[in-house]
Design a protein around this ligand. Structure first.
Ligand SMILES: [Zn+2]
Length: 329
């Protein structure tokens, strides 16, 4: 566990730590026109998620993507303590766990959809396939991999093996990742898991109920492994799929895995995208931020309310550290 993670665990798991968080929140001076963007994928701790949304609805202004688009286009300022809530990958878990809670608190949300996956039970995210195979294989000893021998003796070791392999594979070209995952799953002799992605009918229903759907490529490749033309085709194709299936879609995009290059940002700008979200951690000052390179704050599936509060504070602290640099330049 890294020092930062250990610090987070200590801060968020005792009364003194919670008191310190409250104290720091009270000391924090908020500047206008800041946007914090939260990234979720799935929610496992439902009670924790409920507390987080209750907290955001009380102490922050949760804004819609339409409001952020207007702020970027027209220069209309955002309210103080603005937060945009986003979910990536369109897992069924969003509709089953997160959306009922968001609806109850009346909070707007944006869901980024990799559009080659709905209604395709044979299309499984490679990382889900890998995790499923490592968790369920009957092989009880170890596997040989490009990053060495990985033990599968305990559930914890299997999960550690998954995390290490995922980190390694993410740096490879998309076709190599798929081929490697397919080969390993064959060796581990596990059946393919069921797709966990929402169907187009379910996505249309969510859109009718007020969820904003955004483009997240078609096949979810790391864009930094593609040419700018291929990356543009993935992004534009995803937007066209949404327009065809749902009727309309705003020109917004989330980079898969947060990977991008300068020429890809320019290709998205040429294609007419108005907002694009990275996974670079931080808060956006909309007076200076590039709307096609917005920062986000990742919140894990088992995160509790104190974790959310620390993440929001931590990002603000970074911003304040950067302020003197911005003024001096
Ligand atoms: Zn994604």
């Amino acid at each position: 566990m890294t020092l930062a993670k250990r610090w987070l665990t200590v801060m968020t798991n005792n009364a003194v730590g919670n008191h310190v968080i409250t104290l720091l929140e009270g000391l924090h001076k908020e500047r206008p026109n800041l946007l914090r963007v939260l990234t979720y994928h799935q929610v496992e701790d439902l009670a924790g998620f409920d507390q987080q949304m209750q907290y955001l609805s009380r102490y922050y202004h949760v804004v819609s993507t339409a409001r952020v688009l207007e702020a970027c286009k027209e220069g209309t300022p955002l309210p103080p303590r603005s937060v945009l809530i986003t979910f990536d990958d369109a897992y069924r878990n969003f509709a089953e766990c997160a959306w009922p809670v968001l609806k109850r608190y009346g909070l707007p949300v944006t869901l980024f959809v990799p559009t080659a996956f709905p209604d395709r039970p044979d299309h499984i995210f490679w990382w889900d396939r890998l995790e499923h195979a490592l968790r369920h294989t009957g092989h009880r000893d170890h596997i040989q991999t490009p990053i060495g021998r990985l033990s599968l003796a305990t559930n914890r070791q299997r999960y550690q093996a998954f995390l290490r392999l995922r980190r390694y594979l993410r740096r490879l070209p998309h076709s190599e990742i798929l081929a490697w995952t397919y080969q390993l799953c064959r060796e581990l002799d596990t059946p393919q898991p069921e797709s966990q992605v929402l169907s187009w009918d379910e996505l249309r229903q969510l859109a009718n109920e007020g969820v904003t759907l955004g483009a997240h490529t078609r096949t979810h490749p790391s864009l930094d492994q593609l040419s700018s033309q291929e990356a543009q085709a993935e992004a534009v194709g995803s937007l066209q799929d949404l327009e065809r299936e749902v009727g309309q879609a705003p020109p917004i995009f989330a980079y898969p895995g947060g990977q991008f290059r300068e020429d890809i940002v320019q290709a998205l700008r040429q294609a007419g995208f108005a907002l694009a979200f990275t996974t670079i951690r931080g808060v956006n000052d909309l007076r200076y931020a590039d709307p096609l390179r917005l920062r986000r704050i990742n919140i894990g599936r088992r995160a509790t309310l104190p974790v959310l509060r620390v993440r929001l504070l931590h990002s603000s602290w970074y911003l304040n550290q950067l302020r003197p640099l911005a003024k001096a330049s």
